[in-house]
Ligand binder design. Structure first.
Ligand code: 13P
Ligand code: SF4
Length: 302
């Protein structure tokens, strides 16, 4: 059944000159058909460099929007139009405009997990893998960081620099409590703890390494360690276990699932390629403004 689906997807991909970009949290069946899979930063770079006419973006809405901002001449299709990011919805353009008025003169750093309209009111974007370098590049002492308060907390602690934090968060990462890490550490004392910076500060505090999704995958690839406690969406732990059957990976919490990321399926990928439906297009006046902070971010060395 899925062999048939994959064959049809491959045929249509050629016909349409399409490329399939896949975030690391997607289900295995979707990751298996990827032309490229990665974290938000890597996917943004790929979206800006591809020669394809069509980008099928298997991720959440803001990721497809970013691809469309970077490649406005391409058709960007999102297999499930409902796959949003609750953190990105925790700040609107109007709220950011008001926050800027309350914090006059501040430079605005916006996490890529945000809408195009919010990016349009931003000075520079960042992702989980470059937030520290992005904030370090700013000479202004007054910096708004939105919407993720946890990535902001982690960044300000690493740089010893006070940031004005918007109080957004990722519901999936907030499920990973410090007591879950302590429990896992008791069970597996030799395991190294790798967490995503979207986890709350008390959880991050217990980590050996704080990394983006690709950062976690790359860290394990070069490590001699045999056991790891993984503090991010559980697809990463499952993927690592498949890739390294001789090592052991323990999710911090079985509840760390992003339901939005799981909405994309092979059937929906085939459907959008057949019908050319679910196009994500940003209005041009917003796109040109949102492009600048993303471009500035891509110019920062990783
Ligand atoms: P990465 O940029 O690390 O892939 O993270 C994206 C994300 O949405 C994490 O929840
Ligand atoms: Fe958004 Fe969290 Fe899902 Fe990432 S894991 S897409 S931040 S809800």
């Amino acid at each position: 059944m899925s062999e048939n689906l994959i064959k049809k997807i491959e045929e249509l991909k050629k016909q349409r000159n399409a490329v399939i970009l896949v975030h690391n949290y997607q289900k295995q069946e979707v990751r298996d058909i990827a032309d490229f899979s990665g974290d938000s930063l890597e996917l943004s770079r790929k979206a800006s460099q591809t020669n394809a006419d069509v980008i099928v973006f298997c991720g959440v809405h803001f990721m497809a929007e970013t691809a469309s901002i970077l490649s406005p001449d391409k058709k960007v299709l999102l297999p499930d139009i409902e796959s949003g990011c609750p953190m990105a919805d925790m700040i609107t353009r109007d709220q950011l405009v008001q926050f800027k008025k309350e914090n006059k003169g501040a430079t605005v750093v916006t996490y890529i997990n945000s809408s195009a309209a919010v990016k349009a009111e931003t000075d520079i974007c960042c992702t989980s893998s470059n937030a520290i370098n992005v904030v370090r590049s700013i000479s202004n002492d007054k910096i708004i960081f939105c919407p993720d308060r946890n990535l902001g907390s982690y960044t300000q602690k690493k740089l010893n620099k006070k940031l004005i934090l918007w109080q957004g968060f990722c519901p999936t990462h907030m499920r990973m409590l410090p007591e879950h890490v302590i429990e896992q550490k008791k069970k597996h004392p030799d395991a190294e703890v790798l967490v995503h910076p979207e986890c709350m500060p008390q959880t991050v505090e217990l980590a050996d390494q704080v990394l983006s999704t690709t950062g976690i995958l790359n860290y394990v690839a070069q490590s001699k360690q045999k056991e790891f406690i993984i503090g991010t969406e559980n697809e990463i732990a499952y993927e690592l276990q498949r890739k390294y059957p001789d090592k052991k990976f323990y999710p911090v919490s079985d509840l760390a699932v992003c339901p939005n990321m799981k909405k994309n399926t092979l059937e929906k990928v085939l459907w959008v390629l057949q019908e050319m439906k679910n196009e994500i297009k940003v209005p041009e006046d917003i796109r040109v403004k949102a492009y600048l902070p993303i471009k500035r971010m891509l110019e920062i060395k990783p």
